[in-house]
Write a protein that binds this ligand. Structure first.
Ligand code: FES
Length: 351
């Protein structure tokens, strides 16, 4: 799945720790979804099935950052794969589909994210996806097919039309290898000859397709409304809240600043970012302050989970309240999440 990321205009900002990728294959999956396969220089970095990776794209004189889920499993063939939908108004995804060719070089940040199969608590799983949201779930399934093929999995995938169903052939092949894998496909616009489920996700449909849904640990990825509907159904079926995991992307507009801390100066704090300077008002996160000034910091979830907005804290101090988007090791190295950090002094940050 894609994160719509704010566009970075500052090409002079130093970039650190970037992976050097070569495009080694591009596959058509459906009419508007392709899989891009990359070979990283120096080998594939350690990652977990379900995580995402931020690409650095140079488009028409601008540097853009976009985060996409990895569809590859970490135990696969020395490559990283992303299955990406071309959005009609998505500049970056259109460019990837129309311009990126085999042999091209790209840079990327190392894979990150908490949406991973490694942390599952049970081996009775439901994978729920819509559209290209199948991508991180396919990474999980490919990993389980190798590491735990007997896992009890029911995958419910929603697509618009039968021709839009992602990974149909591979899912059929995996079912032959994984005795407890069941797959249900739901299309909203069935065609003559369609024998799967049709309509939209709802409680009645789930009760037929996935009757033990509430007793399964769920990994869900798709549009926000779809994921919320799935979460409500899971809860209504008795599912525990902490047994429902979602991939959050797309919150590109930072929320309003919370009330200012009592000790914050009314004029805010000075922030230096590369060759730019701006002010973080009392209570604002660094991301909110930068966005208000139309200064761009790469951003995915805007809520402290995905790690896309990671920056170096070169000088000063911040109050950081995140939700797992940064590791203790990264914090020890001086990294912070711009979306989750409020200055406690004047600060200098760098990409
Ligand atoms: S944008 Fe996701 S952690 Fe900040």
């Amino acid at each position: 799945m894609t994160a719509d990321i704010l566009e970075a205009a500052d090409r002079s900002s130093p970039s650190r720790d970037l992976l050097q990728l070569t495009v080694v294959e591009i596959r058509d999956e459906t009419r508007d979804i392709k899989t891009f396969v990359f070979c990283p220089e120096g080998g594939v970095p350690a990652y977990s099935a379900g995580q995402s990776m931020t690409l650095k794209l140079e488009l028409g004189g601008e540097t853009l950052f976009r985060t996409f889920s990895l569809a590859s499993a970490p135990d696969a063939s020395g490559t990283l794969a992303m299955t990406i939908k071309a959005h009609a108004k998505g500049r970056a995804t259109r460019w990837l589909h129309d311009e990126l060719k085999v042999g091209a070089k790209l840079e990327a940040r190392s894979p990150k994210g908490r949406f991973t199969i490694e942390g599952r608590r049970t081996d009775r799983l439901a994978l729920i996806s819509a559209g290209s949201g199948a991508s991180p779930l396919m990474a999980m399934l490919r990993h389980l097919a190798t590491m735990a093929p007997d896992t009890d999995i029911h995958w419910l995938h929603a697509a618009r039309m039968p021709g839009d169903v992602l990974f149909a052939q591979e899912l059929a092949a995996l079912q032959a290898r994984m005795p407890r894998l069941r797959v249900s496909i739901l299309v909203s616009r069935p065609e003559p000859g369609w024998f799967g489920f049709s309509g939209r996700l709802g409680r009645r449909l789930v009760s037929v397709a996935l009757p033990d849904f509430g007793r399964r640990e769920v990994f869900c990825c798709g549009p926000a409304g779809f994921m919320e509907e799935a979460r409500l159904i899971h809860a209504a079926e008795g599912g525990a809240r902490d047994m429902f995991h979602v991939e959050h992307f797309g919150a590109i507009v930072p929320a309003s600043p919370p009330p200012a801390p009592v000790d914050a100066p009314a004029q805010g704090y000075a922030v230096t970012f590369g060759d730019k300077q701006f002010t973080a008002q009392s209570g604002e996160t660094l991301l909110q302050a930068a966005t208000r000034q139309t200064i761009v910091i790469p951003c995915g979830c805007a809520s402290g989970m995905c790690g896309t907005c990671r920056v170096s804290l070169v000088e000063g101090s911040v109050d950081m309240q995140h939700d797992g988007g940064i590791s203790p090791e990264e914090e020890a190295q001086g990294y912070i999440l711009a979306c989750s950090s409020r200055p406690r002094s004047d600060v200098t940050i760098a990409l």
